[in-house]
Structure formats: structure tokens, C-alpha cells
Design a protein around this ligand. Sequence first.
Ligand SMILES: NC(=O)c1ccc[n+]([C@@H]2O[C@H](COP(=O)([O-])OP(=O)(O)OC[C@H]3O[C@@H](n4cnc5c(N)ncnc54)[C@H](O)[C@@H]3O)[C@@H](O)[C@H]2O)c1
Ligand SMILES: [Zn+2]
Length: 361
Amino acid sequence: MKTLQVDLGQRSYPIHIGRGLLRQTELLKPCIAGSRVAVVTNTTVGPLYLDGVLKALAAWNPISVELPDGEEYKTLDVLNRIFTALLENRCDRKTTLVALGGGVVGDMTGFAAATYQRGVPFIQVPTTLLAQVDSSVGGKTGVNHPLGKNMIGAFHQPQCVIIDTDTLSTLPDNELSAGLAEVIKYGLIGDLEFLNWLEQNLDKLMARDPQALAYAIERSCSDKARVVAADEREAGQRALLNLGHTFGHAIETGTGYGAWLHGEAVAAGVCMAADLSCRMGWLKPEELARIETLIRRARLPTRAPKSLSSGQLRELMGVDKKVEAGKLRLVLPKGLGHAVITQDFPSTLLDETLEQCREFA
Ligand SMILES: NC(=O)c1ccc[n+]([C@@H]2O[C@H](COP(=O)([O-])OP(=O)(O)OC[C@H]3O[C@@H](n4cnc5c(N)ncnc54)[C@H](O)[C@@H]3O)[C@@H](O)[C@H]2O)c1
Ligand SMILES: [Zn+2]
């Protein structure tokens, strides 16, 4: 087992990474102050892993809440089911919540913990690669609103993050690839050595080699922990973690819910950001090609779908009026393993990227 630390003063916490950690009571114990625990999971992850977790938590008289599975259930309505279960079971302010699942369960449980009786502690037990390398670390929690994704939420750091890499054995292939998009992102924004390692080890990751996966998770968490420790509330550099996301969100919104996984849209978005950097002379053509090759090897898309026109993409990115006012900010690679947050890109070059970086464009 490896243990990393997220350094946030009094809100610091450990990230444990290893095999079979779900069932280890000793890891949970230091993170639970009161005498009650409530595990939140969903209808897919529950049948696979809930029993083991409840056994490990037996000393705390655990209750469990099973939510429906899907991003469309990441709502205030469904969140209320967690509160109802907690109240029905007379859970007090010392109850610790445990999020057992992917990013949706993690974000919802974290937000429930941030607000139940004005805040209770919680533990992240992420079970998707995306949640293990990204959403379980850093304390962003929340739900969607019909008018916008993640629009209702709070910063609330967990007591600890317990990453059992064995859970990845049941993860569908496309979800594994989606997680790899965020992994590749860390290499691109600030870790060239890791990017090189990824190029050498991608086949192992795709084959779910446990050691390779554990290393990629560890390195991603340590990169994210460093960024979060330096800028917990995203006043500046934490925004670098959004590389590919402005393009990606345009694809997600434009294609409608569920057509593209988040990680798939981020992958195409990373390639589009790199394409723009290349047009600006910030990346060499061969560096752009290296990025696209790596994304392709992870069986991820490098282009936006042809069903979206460049005009639609541009509008969805909020470019329309904002570019005139010079407001759109993008995270763009500047050399491999380095990225900047900038408003300083020619609008015509962005148009070219949006036109060219579509399938069959
Ligand atoms: N808080 C943050 O900083 C942050 C960062 C990135 C993403 N997010 C959020 O995370 C969410 C996406 O997370 P995700 O990609 O984990 O999606 P998800 O939670 O929907 O999980 C993907 C699918 O995999 C299933 N699943 C989970 N673990 C499994 C396992 N071990 N075996 C088999 N199936 C399993 C889930 O039930 C679901 O069907 C989005 O809502 C996004 O907004 C938050
Ligand atoms: Zn993301």
C-alpha cells in the first residue's frame, strides 16, 4: 500500500492506494470520530462492493443508502434521499458518511456531508479510475441543476481517500479509457516525466496491469494533491486542471447527456487545445502528434463529432460575445508537460481549430 498526503493545514488528509483496501477496518478507523457511519453507493456498485465495506464498518453500526445510477440522478431531488435516510436513522452530527462509487456518488455524498446538520465528516472510497485519479481528491462536491452541471455545491474535504485498485477489475472498458484522459492531462499540464512514462506504459494500463495502474493512480493523485494544496479554492493555478475541459464541455453539452462520457469529451478537448497551441507556435507539430497518438492508443477520441458545427462549438464555449470582450479563458499547452491559463489567443486561430478538429472535417 502507498499513502500520500494532501497538505491543507488542519484539513490535511491521507490518500491510501492499494489492493483489497475496501475491507481494511484499520484504515477506516482513524477517519471516524463518532459512533455512526452511513455508506452511500449506487445500484451498480452496491451489489459488487457494499457487503465488504459494511463488514469492515460493522463496529460503527452502519446504515447504507443506494442511489440510482447515472449522471442524470446527480440532482437535489436524489440528494434529498440521503438526508431522509440519515434523519430516519437518527444520524447525528458525528455521523461519518462514506462515498462508495464513482464521481457521481462521490460528489453527491460529499455535498450531503458538507450540508447535513451544517457539515459532517466523510470518506471517499472511489471505484472508477476517473474518481480515483481526480474527483475523490480536492474537496469539490455538488450536484447538477437543470440549467447547469455542478452548479450547486461546496468545497468540503474528506477525512481520507481509500483507493482499492481491485475495484477496477469490474469497470467497463470505456470507463477505464475515460479515466485515462484525466491521467494524460496531469502529464500534459505539469509532469513531462509522467507523460513519457505513460507513452511507455499505456499498453499495460489498457491491459489493466495492476502495478502500472497503481503507479498511474499514485502519480496522478500526487500531482493533483500538489495543485490543490497550493490553490484549494481555485483562485489561480488549480484552473490548470481544466485542460481540455472548455472544449470538452462544449462537446458534452452539444451532443446531449450520455452520448459522450466526460473523459471522452476531455480527451477530444485536450487534442483541440493542443491543436490551438500548435497553431500559435506553442507546440511543435511533432509534439501535437505525440499527444494525439497517446490519446488514440487509450481508445479515446481526438476530435469533436462532425454533428457539431464549428459555430455551434464556438457558441457552446461561450465564445460568441465573450471573445470580443476578451473574456474567454483557456488552458493551453505551452511545450510538452507545461500549460498556461490564458485569454491571449487569436480568435481566428480558435476558429480554425474548431473547424479542423471535427471528425472528417
Ligand atoms: N469533484 C471533482 O473534483 C470532480 C472531478 C471530475 C469529475 N467529477 C464528477 O464525477 C462524475 C463522473 O465520475 P465517473 O466518471 O466516476 O462516473 P460515474 O460515477 O457515473 O461512474 C461511471 C459508471 O461506472 C459505474 N461503476 C463505478 N464503479 C464501478 C466498478 N468498480 N465496477 C463497475 N462499474 C462501476 C457507475 O455505477 C457508473 O455507471 C461527474 O459527475 C463529474 O462532474 C468531479
Ligand atoms: Zn474532468
